[in-house]
Design a protein around this ligand. Structure first.
Ligand SMILES: *[C@@H]1O[C@H](CO)[C@@H](O)[C@H](O)[C@H]1NC(C)=O
Ligand SMILES: *[C@@H]1O[C@H](CO)[C@@H](O)[C@H](O)[C@H]1NC(C)=O
Ligand SMILES: *[C@@H]1O[C@H](CO)[C@@H](O)[C@H](O)[C@H]1NC(C)=O
Ligand SMILES: *[C@@H]1O[C@H](CO)[C@@H](O)[C@H](O)[C@H]1NC(C)=O
Ligand SMILES: *[C@@H]1O[C@H](CO)[C@@H](O)[C@H](O)[C@H]1NC(C)=O
Ligand SMILES: *[C@@H]1O[C@H](CO)[C@@H](O)[C@H](O)[C@H]1NC(C)=O
Length: 349
């Protein structure tokens, strides 16, 4: 065992086997300014909208997923009404259609702080100037919580027969599930009501936990194990919990050891609300996660991802990444996307 461990653990002699990944699909127009992207196609005219961290949630639009992307302005130009530090620097947007409105979840926080809150803005058209900030949805954190209330993702489960929040298996209304977090202690979930100012109707439960200890400080060790940017997606009979792991940011100042940068992993379950396990059967709550996309070729640190069932291309994985031929700063992060194939039961880029 020692010998095998030595041989396979020696990166210089045996470079880590990295699977072949296809390069990102084409992107034209403004493909930077795309940290933590979230995309949707407007139902009325098929225009694509891309939301991203920074610029009070920057909005870009394009006639096609490939572009050309054009900057339109800020979704929440006056900042969030959430009374926390960071309310003028909104993070990690998440767009979805709920009824005839668009819901844009965002996070208010500052780097390395657990004083965070998840907010919501709403619009009927998504155009700049049409957004109403609802403010806090009641998912907030401080040092008394195990989690950090950032990186929300709304999943509207129209088929909640296997949802463990329900005791009656009759499908009456969809359930609204907000997965979020976290850096601290992994990823969490609450069920939301569908009020005009939605609030949680359940306590937060853990859906993923990759930590060997509670994170109390930012170190390379915790950065490597940190899980963020959850995204729940249903295909066939499975709910897929995608997440980003590792060090997300500031690669120009402080580059992590190889393989510890952002990467995209997945667990799956037949329920939307728990039981997520990776390909080997390891529970996500016990550190599980099957690699979906990691650094390859000139693509570095892909993450902040989402999954979208595109009417033209089918299911796509989209994310931000660093193009190592250009530069490593956060401002140089680019919008990337690839088709993903679920036919094996696991998403393949
Ligand atoms: C949820 O709320 C939206 C907006 O208020 C509404 O259009 C939609 O029909 C509601 N969905 C359900 C299932 O009640
Ligand atoms: C954390 O927030 C709760 C309310 O959610 C509050 O009661 C408590 O005092 C806060 N704790 C700290 C340490 O700020
Ligand atoms: C709902 O889930 C059940 C069991 O997981 C599945 O058989 C059925 O096809 C699903 N229906 C829809 C509309 O997704
Ligand atoms: C489930 O809920 C529906 C609607 O409230 C009700 O009509 C039905 O009888 C319930 N089924 C069971 C098995 O309790
Ligand atoms: C995550 O796992 C670690 C290690 O087992 C544990 O100390 C911590 O309490 C867990 N956190 C949650 C929220 O379950
Ligand atoms: C998905 O992958 C399977 C093999 O793994 C292949 O047969 C199928 O054509 C692929 N689907 C698409 C749409 O590319």
């Amino acid at each position: 065992m020692v010998k095998i461990g030595f041989l396979f653990g020696t990166a210089a002699l045996f470079p880590r086997l990295v699977l072949a990944y296809i390069l990102p699909e084409a992107c034209t127009g403004t493909c930077t300014n795309s940290h933590d992207p979230s995309i949707i196609r407007r139902a009325s005219d098929g225009l694509y909208f891309r939301f991203s961290t920074g610029g009070k949630i920057a909005i870009h639009t394009a006639p096609d997923l490939t572009g050309p992307w054009t900057y339109k302005g800020a979704a929440v130009p006056r900042g969030s009404s959430i009374n926390l530090r960071g309310n003028q620097d909104l993070w990690a947007p998440d767009i979805s259609q709920v009824g005839d409105q668009y819901y844009l979840y965002y996070a208010v926080s500052t780097f390395g702080s657990q004083d965070s809150g998840i907010g919501l803005a709403k619009s009927y058209s998504m155009d700049v100037g049409t957004w109403t900030d609802v403010g806090s949805v009641g998912v907030i954190s401080n040092r008394s919580k195990p989690y950090n209330a950032i990186d929300a993702n709304l999943f509207v489960d129209y088929n909640s027969s296997s949802n463990n929040y329900r005791t009656n298996s009759t499908i009456v209304t969809p359930t609204y599930i907000l997965t979020f977090g976290s850096w601290w202690n992994g990823l969490f979930q609450v069920q939301m009501n569908n009020n005009s100012n939605p609030t949680p109707t359940s306590i937060a439960t853990t859906v993923a936990n990759g930590s060997s200890a509670v994170y109390t400080q930012i170190s390379y060790d915790s950065k490597d194990k940190a899980q963020e940017a959850a995204y729940l997606f249903k295909d066939g009979n499975y709910y897929y919990l995608f997440y980003s792991k590792g060090s997300c940011c500031g690669y120009d100042r402080d580059r992590p050891a190889r393989g510890k940068e952002y990467r995209i992993l997945v667990c799956r379950s037949t329920r939307a609300t728990g039981g997520f396990a990776d390909k080997t059967g390891k529970l996500c709550t016990n550190g599980g996660g099957t690699m979906v996309l990691e650094s390859h070729d000139w693509v570095y640190g892909p993450g902040g991802q989402g999954v979208y069932r595109d009417p033209v291309f089918g299911p796509v994985l989209y994310y931000h990444y660093i193009d190592t031929r250009v530069g490593y700063s956060d401002g140089q992060k680019r919008f990337g996307w690839n088709k993903i194939n679920f036919s094996s039961g696991w998403p393949v880029v």
